[in-house]
Design a protein around this ligand. Structure first.
Ligand SMILES: C[S@@+](CC[C@H](N)C(=O)[O-])C[C@H]1O[C@@H](n2cnc3c(N)ncnc32)[C@H](O)[C@@H]1O
Length: 224
């Protein structure tokens, strides 16, 4: 089960690196390398006071960065271990962290959001239609959804069936299988439109910058 994989990942990281306060990063990162592609400006010009939720925040660095800009930033993760790491590292920044699945959080917390983000997080780790619909319902008018997923063409061809399984190497060197929704950009655009959002950007990012193929698909959409 996917949650167990991320709990195992968190437990191994915690064993090797006892939790301590970390400074938030200097920018919002949508890829797994630093300094590639746009930053938080795709969420709006001034994020101070904006209510933003990150779905699948992992160790919490991007949520902490958004809090450092003055946003009311909440990181959600279904793994207790990841939330333990995020709180230990960045709880002091004012960022909030909570253990929940993305769908449960969006359906229980009815406060409207200015932005929803996911960085290789909950969006893309399961069939996305219900979750995109929940994001759309949670957003304020003109609110922004921005998410990045592994680029479907990273290995050459877009998978014929978007339900894929990927091998994840855990910190201790063992491997685990992660289920993914590996859809083509046009399929993401259709799913976003069906959930009531207008797509405002589709970015094909290479991380590292000299990669032969795009590695990260970053999509932004807006609630009309
Ligand atoms: C690849 S990690 C990315 C973590 C972080 N966003 C980053 O950039 O380092 C995926 C994270 O999504 C979380 N996750 C997976 N499915 C989820 C769901 N349905 N709801 C909330 N979190 C989820 C996992 O527990 C894991 O921490």
């Amino acid at each position: 089960m996917t949650v167990d994989v991320w709990d195992a990942h968190a437990a191994q990281r915690l064993a090797g690196e006892p939790p301590r306060r970390l400074p938030p990063p200097g920018r919002m990162e949508w890829t797994q390398r630093s300094g590639i592609g746009p930053g938080a400006e795709i969420l709006g010009d001034d994020l101070a006071g904006r209510r933003i939720v990150e779905l699948g925040c992992g160790p919490g660095h991007n949520t902490a960065y958004l809090a450092s800009l003055g946003a009311v930033a909440v990181g959600i993760d279904s793994s207790r271990g990841q939330i333990h790491r995020a709180t230990a590292h960045y709880g002091y920044t004012g960022a909030e962290f909570a253990c929940s699945t993305a769908s449960a959080h969006l359906s229980h917390d009815r406060r409207r959001l200015d932005a929803v983000v996911s960085v290789f997080g909950a969006i893309g780790l399961a069939e996305p239609f219900k979750l995109l619909y929940a994001c759309s319902r949670s957003l304020n008018r003109h609110g922004v959804l921005a998410f990045s997923v592994p680029h479907p063409q990273r290995t050459g061809a877009v998978p014929v069936n978007p339900r894929t399984r990927e091998q994840l190497i855990l910190p201790d060197g063992t491997s685990a299988v992660v289920k993914r929704w590996d859809a083509a950009p046009a399929a993401w655009v259709r799913a976003l439109n069906r959930s009531g959002l207008l797509v405002t950007g589709v970015h094909h990012l290479c991380a590292p910058a000299d990669a032969r193929r795009p590695t990260t698909l970053l999509i932004t959409a807006r609630k009309p």
